[in-house]
Design a protein around this ligand. Structure first.
Ligand code: KG4
Ligand code: ZN
Length: 343
C-alpha cells in the first residue's frame, strides 16, 4: 500500500511516499530555518505562508522523483492534524483535503508526536520492527513524552515534561548564550570541544520514584550561570559549558529510561524519536546505559518529515476502529492525558 504523507506543523514543509508503512520511496523536506533565522525563532505567520508557497511545487517535484505523471498509484493520503502552529497546520490540512477530494483517495489525519515514533522505525529490519512491547521516547522542540507500546497504535503515555520540552531547553539556553537558532545542533557542536566535568551542574528531578521530566529549572540555572560568567566567554569555556549542559539535559532522560525499564522489564527495545534524537552524544549515552537495543531513526527522519506521517497513516488505515469521517480539522494543542497510563 502506498501512502502520501504531508507535514506542515512547524518550520518544515514535507512530502513523502511510503510503502506498507516502512519503505520510503521518496521523502522531500524543505526547511524554513533561513526564513526564521533573523527572528531567532519560528514566526508562525511566516511559517504558514512558506508552506503555502512550497506545497504545490514540492508535489510536482515528488512526481518527478518517482517518475510518475500522476498520483493515481497512491492508495491513501495522510496529513499532520496537530499539534503544531495552527496557521501552518491549516495550510497542510486544506491542501490534503483538496488533494483527497480531487484524487478520490482516502485521507487519514495523524498526530505529529505519535508519528515521530514511527519515524524511528523507518529503515529498521522487520524482526525488530514487530517486536513489542517497546518504550518509545519523543524528544523534540515541543515534547518530551515517554510511551509504552504493545502494538503500533497503542500509545500509552508513561511520563512527559512537567514544564519545558528538552529540545526547547536546548534552543532557549542557546539563545541566552547568543548562539544561533536552532540551538540543539549548535550546542552539540560546541560540546564536542569541551569537558563536561569543568562546570558543576545541578541534577534535575533526580528522585527515583519520579518518571516525569523537567527542564525549566535547568534553563534558569543556565541563565544564572550566563550572568555570572566573565564576558566575553572564551571559546574554550563555551565548549565546557555546552558539554556540561548537554550531559545533564540528556543524562536526565537516560536516568528516567533506566527507571522505566525497571517498571517494565519485558521491554524489548527503546525507540528514540524527535529532533534531539539526532544528537550523537545522546545516541552513545543510551547505547551504554540501556539493557536492550535503542533504535534511533536515520538522521533524515529525526526532525520533522512526512515519511513518519505516511507511516503512521498506514497503520491507522489498518485499524478496524478507523473511519473515513471527514468531519475534522487541525488542532494546535492536544490533550495527551487521554493517553496517560492510569496509575
Ligand atoms: O522534532 P523536531 O524537528 O521538531 C519538533 O517537532 O519540535 O525537533 C526540533 C528540536 C529543536 O529544539 C532542536 O534544537 C532539537 O530538536 N535538535 C537537537 C539536535 N538537533 C535538533 N537537540 C540536540 N542536539 C541535536 N543535534
Ligand atoms: Zn516534530
Amino acid at each position: 500500500m502506498l501512502v502520501l504523507g504531508i507535514e506542515s506543523s512547524c518550520d518544515e514543509t514535507a512530502l513523502a511516499v511510503v510503502e506498507d508503512g516502512h519503505k520510503v520511496l521518496v521523502s522531500l523536506v524543505a526547511s524554513q530555518v533561513a526564513q526564521h533565522l533573523p527572528f531567532g525563532g519560528v514566526v508562525p505567520e511566516v511559517a504558514a505562508r512558506e508552506h503555502l508557497k512550497m506545497l504545490s511545487p514540492m508535489l510536482e517535484e515528488l512526481k518527478v522523483k518517482l517518475g510518475w505523471n500522476s498520483l493515481a498509484k497512491i492508495d491513501a493520503i495522510s496529513v499532520t492534524q496537530g499539534p503544531g502552529l495552527i496557521g501552518a497546520l491549516l495550510v497542510g490540512v486544506a491542501f490534503a483535503k483538496g488533494l483527497s477530494a480531487s484524487l478520490k483517495k482516502p485521507l487519514v489525519p495523524v498526530n505529529h508526536v505519535h508519528a515521530h515514533i514511527h519515524g524511528a522505525l523507518l529503515g529498521v529490519a522487520q524482526e525488530q520492527r514487530t517486536q513489542y512491547p517497546v518504550l518509545a521516547l519523543v524528544v523534540s522542540g515541543g515534547h518530551t513524552n515517554l510511551y509504552r507500546m504493545t502494538s503500533p497504535l497503542d500509545f500509552q503515555l508513561v511520563a512527559s515534561s512537567i514544564d519545558d520540552a528538552c529540545g526547547e531547553c536546548f534552543d532557549k539556553v542557546a539563545k541566552i548564550f547568543g548562539l544561533s537558532y536552532p540551538g540543539g545542533p549548535e550546542i552539540e557542536r560546541l560540546a564536542k570541544t569541551g569537558h563536561s566535568k569543568k562546570v558543576v551542574m545541578p541534577r534535575m528531578v533526580d528522585e527515583k520514584s519520579r518518571l516525569e521530566f523537567s527542564y525549566s529549572g535547568l534553563k534558569t540555572f543556565m541563565a544564572n550561570l550566563y550572568h555570572r560568567e566573565d564576558k566575553p566567554i572564551s571559546a574554550e569555556r563555551m565548549g565546557d559549558i555546552a558539554s556540561a549542559f548537554q550531559e545533564e539535559a540528556l543524562g536526565q532522560i537516560a536516568r528516567k529510561l533506566r527507571r522505566a525499564f525497571e517498571i517494565f522489564p519485558d521491554t524489548k527495545a527503546v525507540l528514540i524519536a524527535g529532533g534531539v534524537a539526532a544528537n550523537s552524544r545522546f545516541r552513545s549515552m543510551l547505547q551504554e546505559v540501556l539493557p536492550c537495543p535503542a533504535l534511533f531513526p536515520p538522521l533524515d527522519y529525526c526532525s520533522d518529515n512526512a515519511a513518519m506521517i505516511a507511516a503512521l497513516g498506514y497503520h491507522t488505515l489498518q485499524s478496524p476502529q478507523f473511519s473515513l469521517n471527514q468531519d475534522w480539522d487541525a488542532y494546535s494543542r492536544y490533550d495527551f492525558d487521554q493517553f496517560r497510563i492510569k496509575k
